[in-house]
Ligand binder design. Structure first.
Ligand code: HEC
Ligand code: HEC
Ligand code: HEC
Length: 227
């Protein structure tokens, strides 16, 4: 309950159908791949990208879903353990409702369970954020590049059937980038899962680049033959 109370809002959802019914896309599972399968099955897109014409799934904030895949969740630690530390006043113990960064109060958050010093614990958090944000930034650049390359294809007469598999790869890549980027705290909540998802995102973006390069090569060969 001390996590589910937060999961009322800190989750992925979408507005289903014409009635815009708030729906959790969890029928096939709750990780990035399973949620993507759900959206692919119902052929959902939040919008079509203006340059590449990719049907994009926009992640909301799958904080709870990603958190659940980290070691703290797996050992039964709840959101409130870190974000709502205990206080006491007049002999009464209660949880702090001023929800903020656990690093603002390491003594009453991390150190309830860990014996390391404040600097070490803060560094543990910052190190994980650095690894994840580095990979995220690289993926971001690669994604921007393939959107532009896809536009180049369209501008130069690429056919729908040629572009479809490439746009599918861009959709997969951007979903993975967004899933982690929009999941607040993911880098610390579940660093391994975050890197797995971003790594897959990079893999799909590289494949998309390869796809467009193949198309360009094919087009050049045709022009040489026709000349
Ligand atoms: C009713 C919806 C709702 C619930 C329930 C909820 N949150 Fe939030 N939370 C939000 C929204 C919306 C924001 C962004 C607020 C903003 O940007 O001003 C937010 C922001 C935050 C932040 C960032 C705060 C900051 O100072 O930057 C943290 C941390 C957070 N929530 C943790 C939690 C935790 C932990 C729980 C459960 C104990 C929880 N939230 C329950 C909606 C909710
Ligand atoms: C083991 C401790 C721990 C648990 C458990 C935990 N968090 Fe966090 N959370 C953190 C830390 C550390 C950060 C990064 C804070 C920072 O960078 O200052 C963070 C960041 C966040 C942020 C981003 C805050 C911001 O200002 O950007 C949100 C939102 C959040 N957590 C929500 C949750 C929710 C919801 C849960 C449960 C599903 C949860 N957290 C469980 C430690 C925890
Ligand atoms: C309610 C207890 C609890 C709280 C609070 C807590 N942890 Fe943990 N932490 C654990 C447990 C349990 C593990 C898993 C260790 C194991 O099973 O050997 C763990 C694992 C870790 C690990 C190693 C796993 C990894 O992700 O690499 C780090 C680092 C860590 N915690 C840092 C923190 C920090 C920083 C905070 C405060 C923001 C914090 N913990 C808050 C209980 C807690």
């Amino acid at each position: 309950m001390r996590s589910l109370v937060c999961a009322q809002c800190h989750v992925e959802y979408y507005f289903k159908g014409d009635n815009k019914y708030v729906t959790f896309p969890w029928d096939k599972g709750m990780n990035a791949d399973d949620i993507e399968k759900y959206y692919d099955t119902v052929q959902f897109a939040d919008y079509v990208h203006k340059l590449s014409r990719t049907p994009i799934i926009k992640a909301q904030h799958p904080d709870y879903e990603v958190f659940e895949l980290g070691i703290h969740a797996q050992r039964g630690v709840s959101c409130a353990d870190c974000h709502m530390p205990y206080k006491s006043q007049g002999g009464i113990k209660y949880t702090d409702h001023h929800i903020s960064s656990p690093l603002a109060n390491i003594n009453n958050t991390c150190q309830v369970c860990h014996r390391e010093g404040e600097a070490v614990l803060a560094k543990n958090v910052y190190d994980r954020q650095d690894y994840v944000f580095n990979l995220r930034n690289r993926l971001e650049k690669q994604l921007a590049k393939v959107h532009l390359m896809a536009k180049f294809g369209w501008d130069n007469g690429a056919q729908e059937t040629e572009m479809k598999p490439i746009l599918q790869l861009i959709r997969k890549s951007q979903w993975r980038w967004d899933f982690i980027t929009a999941s607040h705290g993911a880098a610390f909540h579940a660093p391994i899962e975050s890197q797995r998802v971003l790594g897959d995102g990079m893999y799909y973006a590289m494949q998309a680049e390869q796809g467009i390069n193949d198309w360009i090569l094919k087009r050049c060969n045709r022009q040489v033959r026709n000349a």
